[in-house]
Design a binder for this molecule. Structure first.
Ligand SMILES: Cc1ncc(COP(=O)(O)O)c(C=O)c1O
Length: 398
């Protein structure tokens, strides 16, 4: 009789052949310096943008919550898992995001799946940026709505698609990342909102990587482009600049009430652990009361972008950094080269991830900055990149 699992070995062989095989690397912590597989490296691979995953007040808040409430919430929010601290975090998130209400999920991925599948179904249309995060794309699939991708950041193409398709569907949802996690570029939210208004479409913006980084108060890209208060569905994660775990949806009171009834990933999943909830709340307090981590981060962003411009003039005319953000990508010709570049930088003491398909359509190095980086760390990175891309190199910084 044939083994029903005998397809696994050839499938894995295909993954190896394409240089797509992955394995987690063990590292010590998410600080600016990390021990990775026994080597001490400067960490340019973390989403701990503000360094809050290692902040004493955030750690203390998590520890206190463990003492008070124990480890797991052990039940869904509507049954036995709801704690006062969840409510406090939701109130704080709503205030931070400038919305009437917010709802906390057990991860950003679950927030996206839950929110999208709650607000649209088979009768509806979703238009999403082609480079949207996996959680947005899978949320669209889960919803059953007709889904069409528009070319990355191309609002004219989005408008064309709305012209052609909008009238055939009941509701329409436009979905986009704000800061694109694998490209480091940013969605033109005001233009997108204008088009959405013209076609009576809802807009869901994923601020996973922009929260804590952009905006006068650090609330995100939506705040930076003066769109707080607009009729948006804001989603995001507590696991990046906030240094914890979990996700959220923020918006009008009615939207949040509806999602509380209809988002399966919230209703039927165990509540976020009290320690993660308390850590995220403490991180929000740090962000709101202390601009220093964000200022440090932006100094490092400016230093890197200035350095890249210089590198551009010195060596490779194709090196053109885009709008400054803590994420910088260096496009590689193929997966093998992305891995080789990552290894070379590793040998120079720099931890920079090689990102390959299917995570992204084109292989690349992804550099991410954090507030704890020093001037010297960025200088070391620039020196490493200069070695990697000598005159006439093929890389392209986006
Ligand atoms: C843009 C974007 N959205 C959502 C998520 C999912 O967030 P989480 O890691 O909290 O599940 C991620 C993260 O990895 C992300 O990059």
């Amino acid at each position: 009789m044939q083994d029903p699992y005998d397809w696994l070995a050839p499938a894995l062989k295909t993954i190896h052949r394409a240089h797509w095989y992955r394995q987690p690397q063990c590292s010590t912590c998410q600080g600016a310096i990390a021990m990775v597989q026994g080597r001490e490296l400067i960490n340019f691979a973390s989403n701990n943008y503000l360094g809050l995953a290692n902040h004493p007040e955030v750690i203390q808040a998590g520890q206190n919550a463990l003492e008070i409430w124990g480890t797991g919430a052990t039940g869904s929010r509507l049954l036995t898992g709801h704690r006062q601290i969840h409510q406090e975090l939701e109130q704080a998130l709503a205030t931070f995001k400038g919305t009437e209400a917010a709802l906390v999920f057990s991860s950003g991925y679950l927030a996206n799946l839950g929110a999208i599948a709650a607000v649209v179904d088979q009768r509806d249309l979703i238009l999403g940026d082609r480079y949207n995060h996996s959680s947005l794309k899978n949320g669209a699939k889960l919803s059953g709505a007709k889904t069409i991708d528009y070319p990355h950041l191309d609002i004219a193409a989005l408008e064309q698609l709305l012209h052609h398709h909008r009238h055939q569907y009941r509701r329409c949802l436009i979905v986009t990342d704000s800061l694109f996690s694998m490209d480091g570029d940013l969605a033109p939210i005001p233009k997108l909102l204008k088009v959405a208004q013209d076609f009576q479409a809802m807009v869901l913006v994923d601020e996973a990587h922009a929260t804590g980084v952009f905006g006068p108060r650090g609330s995100g890209w939506i705040e930076q482009v003066n769109c707080s208060g607009q009729p948006l569905i804001q989603v995001g994660t507590l696991s990046k600049a906030l240094g914890s775990l979990g996700g959220y949806v923020a918006g009008s009171q009615m939207l949040i009430e509806f999602i509380r009834h209809r988002a399966a990933t919230w209703v039927y999943s165990t509540a976020l652990s009290p320690a993660d909830t308390a850590a995220a709340l403490a991180a929000l307090n740090v962000i709101q009361n202390n601009n220093q981590p964000r200022e440090n981060l932006w100094q490092r962003i400016d230093q890197l972008h200035h350095g890249l411009k210089k590198l551009d003039r010195l060596h490779n005319p194709s090196l053109t950094p885009g709008i400054p953000s803590p994420i910088v990508c260096l496009t590689a010709p193929d997966a093998q080269t992305a891995l080789a570049w990552s290894r070379t930088l590793g040998d120079l003491g720099l931890w920079v991830s090689g990102i390959r398909p299917p995570t992204v359509p084109h292989s690349r190095l992804r550099i991410s900055l954090m507030a704890n980086h020093t001037k010297a760390h960025i200088e070391a990175l620039l020196a490493g990149l200069e070695q990697l891309l000598p005159s006439g190199g093929t890389g392209c910084l986006e």
